[in-house]
Design a protein around this ligand. Structure first.
Ligand code: NI
Length: 256
C-alpha cells in the first residue's frame, strides 16, 4: 500500500471524473490520500471530500499566493476547520519567493499567523517553500522553536537546507519531479534523506511523472515516486512503500 501525502483533488481539474480518479488510485494500491487545502475555499472542499471518502484525509491551509487578500474573517473561518474529525494537518502554508504572487511582507505575516494557529491546535505542518529558505527557517524557529512536526512538501533545497530541515525534525516529501530525466541534483538529494524521514506525494494535478509530462497528474502516479526512490536507494519497491506508509501514518497520526 502507498500513501499520497499531498494532492489537490478539490481542484476543478478533477470536476469531470473525480470518482474515476479515486477508483484508479485505490485499484493502483493507494490506500490513503491526504488532500491538501491551498485556499479557504479549497480547504472547505478538501474537508468535504474527506468526509465523503473513508480513505481520504484533509489538510487545511492557505497558500502564500493568497496572502494579499486574506482578511480577519478568513482566519475565523479557518479556525473553524481545525477540530473537524478528518483534519490531520495544517497545510499547505509557507512562503513562495519564486512566483511572488503576494508581497513578501504579507506572506510572512500570513505564515506566522498560521503557524501560531497550528501550534495551538497541535497539528503537524505541510510546508510550501520556494526560494525562501532563510526567511522560512527564521520564522519557523521564531514561532515553533527548534523542533517541528511536519513535512517539507515537494522538497527542492540543497544539502545544507536539507540538513537544517532534518535537524528540526521535518519529514522530507518528494513528488513525481524526481522522475524527470534532468533531475540529477534532486535524485542526489533523495539519496541523502534517511528512509525513516521520507514521504512520497504527487501534488496532483501538478508535476506529472516523466512519462506523462504536460498532462494532468493524479494520485495513482505516486507509485512512480516510490519506484524512483527504490531505484535511487537500491532497495525494493515494497520496502519504500512500507516505510513511507509507516512514516506518513506516524506524522499524521492515521491509524485506519
Ligand atoms: Ni500542493
Amino acid at each position: 500500500m502507498l500513501i499520497d501525502t499531498h494532492c489537490h483533488l478539490d481542484f476543478k481539474d478533477f470536476n469531470d471524473d473525480r470518482p474515476v480518479v479515486l477508483k484508479r488510485a485505490r485499484d493502483g494500491g493507494v490506500g490513503i490520500i491526504i488532500n491538501v487545502g491551498s485556499s479557504l475555499e479549497g480547504t472547505a472542499r478538501s474537508v468535504e471530500i474527506a468526509n465523503e471518502n473513508d480513505f481520504i484525509y484533509a489538510a487545511v491551509g492557505i497558500h502564500p499566493h493568497e496572502a494579499d487578500s486574506v482578511s480577519e474573517k478568513d482566519f475565523k473561518l479557518f479556525s473553524g476547520f481545525l477540530d473537524k474529525p478528518k483534519v490531520v494537518a495544517i497545510g499547505e502554508i509557507g512562503l513562495d519567493y519564486y512566483k511572488n504572487i503576494s508581497s513578501r511582507e504579507n506572506q510572512k505575516k500570513l505564515f506566522t499567523r498560521l503557524l501560531e494557529t497550528a501550534k495551538g491546535a497541535g497539528l503537524p505542518l505541510i510546508i510550501h517553500n520556494r526560494d525562501s529558505h532563510q526567511d522560512m527557517i527564521d520564522i519557523l524557529k521564531d514561532v515553533m522553536g527548534s523542533s517541528v512536526s511536519g513535512a517539507m512538501h515537494c522538497f527542492s533545497g540543497d544539502e545544507n537546507f536539507l540538513k537544517i530541515c532534518l535537524d528540526m525534525g521535518f519529514f522530507i516529501s518528494f513528488t513525481c519531479n524526481i522522475t524527470y530525466k534532468n533531475a540529477n541534483k534532486l535524485k542526489e538529494t533523495v539519496r541523502l534523506v534517511p528512509m525513516d524521514r521520507l514521504l512520497i506525494e504527487t501534488d496532483a494535478p501538478f508535476l506529472a511523472p516523466q512519462d506523462f509530462r504536460g498532462k494532468r497528474n493524479e494520485p495513482v502516479h505516486v507509485k512512480y515516486v516510490a519506484e524512483e526512490v527504490a531505484k535511487i536507494k537500491g532497495i525494493s519497491f515494497e520496502k519504500v512503500a512500507g516505510v513511507t506508509t509507516e512514516n506518513a501514518r506516524r506524522l499524521f497520526k492515521i491509524n485506519a
